[in-house]
Design a protein around this ligand. Structure first.
Ligand SMILES: Cc1cc2nc3c(=O)[nH]c(=O)nc-3n(C[C@H](O)[C@H](O)[C@H](O)COP(=O)(O)OP(=O)(O)OC[C@H]3O[C@@H](n4cnc5c(N)ncnc54)[C@H](O)[C@@H]3O)c2cc1C
Length: 404
């Protein structure tokens, strides 16, 4: 196991510089336009693909092929420093990939992950469909059903998924559905819905507070038929798992915990990107803006605010990088992935709110980017497990008790 270190090697520094340039030259200058339009920024994703910053090769070779785990979170922070809405457009397919990786076989990974990204000439996106209109945090409440048709070796999917990033515009939809309702969340399975499958359609597209360039919509599944090989992990493994649940044998909760925890530092890194953007911008603004005959930063009351903001960003990054490293070593002990996401989300929400304060009236207008960053920051307290769900996971991990 390599030692944890926050020192980046030469390759990582070069990667950081390359992504930062794209974020500064392409992502940030386009952020306002796509936020206002509330549309998916296909041309930007295309540009990213052209330079090799979007695609499954980028994911596997640059982000995952790193023994420290830090390259991925470092890359994400830079992208989200550019803009969180466009950032989600670039990273949202990763949710589908994580869903495939969590339950799929090697063969399924190789078949479906590239289809979540398409090619440079024809970029695509993937979607991970778990949440439902009546069940977000409470995964026991999912109603979307998958029923096996033995005669045709097909699964029949029916239900509605809510809040789905890339929902309806994705090439590949990964859908979590109930196969054995009597077992609650232990009776779920994940399915690939291949491109252009009849019966899958987009429901309402949500009008959001922030990350408005990211497409979020309902996904309606109406008698969707998928072939048996689209069940992630395969039928034999599912039958074995359900048999174990039926016999009351415990599942491998330790392995499940390592998988879920490993995706959370990435969300923390997104939040830090937004927070850092706001911190840098408001620091520069405070050095320029004059009041009472001097730059406003010369007042301790304001300079100390910036000092606290910088401290929170650094503390959050330390947690996120450490958690990313623990995730790579599969060495989480006390839900450090959840801790990192919890802390970084709160930091982004707080730092961006303070940035508005520092810009005063200008900060409250759409002429300046800090109000957008504040709107963008808030999602990190909500998706991929709300603040309270992270607290639940952490409190269970540190106590060993089933806290409700
Ligand atoms: C922009 C956006 C993109 C998203 N993308 C995706 C996606 O791609 N795929 C996907 O599957 N989902 C996605 N989601 C859904 C997201 O994960 C859920 O919104 C989130 O899990 C919360 O679920 P909910 O909205 O139903 O809130 P609820 O679960 O109804 O929670 C409401 C409130 O109750 C609190 N609460 C709930 N249970 C407890 C408890 N036991 N103890 C204390 N407090 C509790 C919550 O913390 C929250 O404050 C997305 C959401 C948004 C807004």
């Amino acid at each position: 196991m390599p030692d944890f270190s926050m020192a980046l090697n030469e390759d990582q520094l070069a990667l950081q510089k390359w992504i930062h340039e794209f974020a500064a030259d392409v992502i940030r200058p386009n952020a306002e336009e796509w936020d206002e339009k509330e549309e998916f920024p296909w041309p930007i994703v295309q540009q990213a693909a052209e330079i090799g910053l979007y695609g499954w090769e980028f994911l596997t070779e640059v982000m995952m092929n790193d023994p420290t785990g830090v390259s991925g979170v470092m890359a994400i922070e830079e992208i989200f420093w550019g803009d969180a809405g466009i950032g989600m457009a670039l990273m949202g397919s990763g949710l589908a990939v994580a869903g495939i990786a969590a339950s799929g076989t090697q063969e399924q990974l190789f078949e479906w992950v590239p289809q979540c990204y398409g090619t440079v000439d024809d970029v695509k996106v993937g979607a991970f469909c778990a949440s439902e209109p009546d069940a977000g945090s409470d995964v026991n409440g999912y109603r979307c059903r998958a029923v096996y048709d033995e005669a045709t070796d097909e699964w029949l999917l029916n239900g509605t998924k809510a809040w789905i990033t890339n929902g309806g515009i994705a090439n590949v939809h990964v859908v979590v559905a109930v196969v054995a309702p009597e077992f609650g969340s232990k009776g779920h399975a994940s399915f690939i819905v291949p491109p252009n499958t009849p019966g899958l359609s987009q429901g309402q597209k949500y009008k959001k507070h922030g990350i408005r360039a990211s497409h979020t919509a309902e996904v309606v599944l109406d008698d969707v038929r998928v072939p048996g090989h689209c069940l992630l992990g395969g039928k034999e493994k599912l039958d074995e798992r359900l048999a174990r649940v039926r016999e009351g044998k415990p599942g491998n909760s330790q392995a499940a915990m390592q998988t879920f925890e490993a995706t959370r530092p990435a969300v923390g890194a997104q939040a830090i990107g937004v927070a850092r953007a706001a911190l840098e911008y408001s620091t520069e603004y405070a050095k320029e803006r004059q009041a009472f005959g001097k730059p406003i930063i010369m007042n301790q009351g304001l300079a100390f605010m910036l000092a606290d903001m910088a401290t929170e960003v650094e503390a959050s990054r330390a947690l996120v990088w450490k958690a990313a490293w623990l995730g790579k070593q599969r060495a989480f002990k006390n839900a450090e992935g959840s801790m990192a996401k919890l802390k970084a989300g709160r930091t982004a929400t707080w730092v961006t709110e303070r940035a508005i304060q520092i810009l005063g009236g200008y900060g409250y207008t759409r002429e300046y980017p800090v109000e957008r960053w504040h709107r963008d920051a808030k999602i990190h307290d909500i998706f991929e497990g709300t603040e309270q769900i992270q607290q639940l996971v952490i409190s269970r991990a540190i106590s060993g008790l089933r806290i409700e």
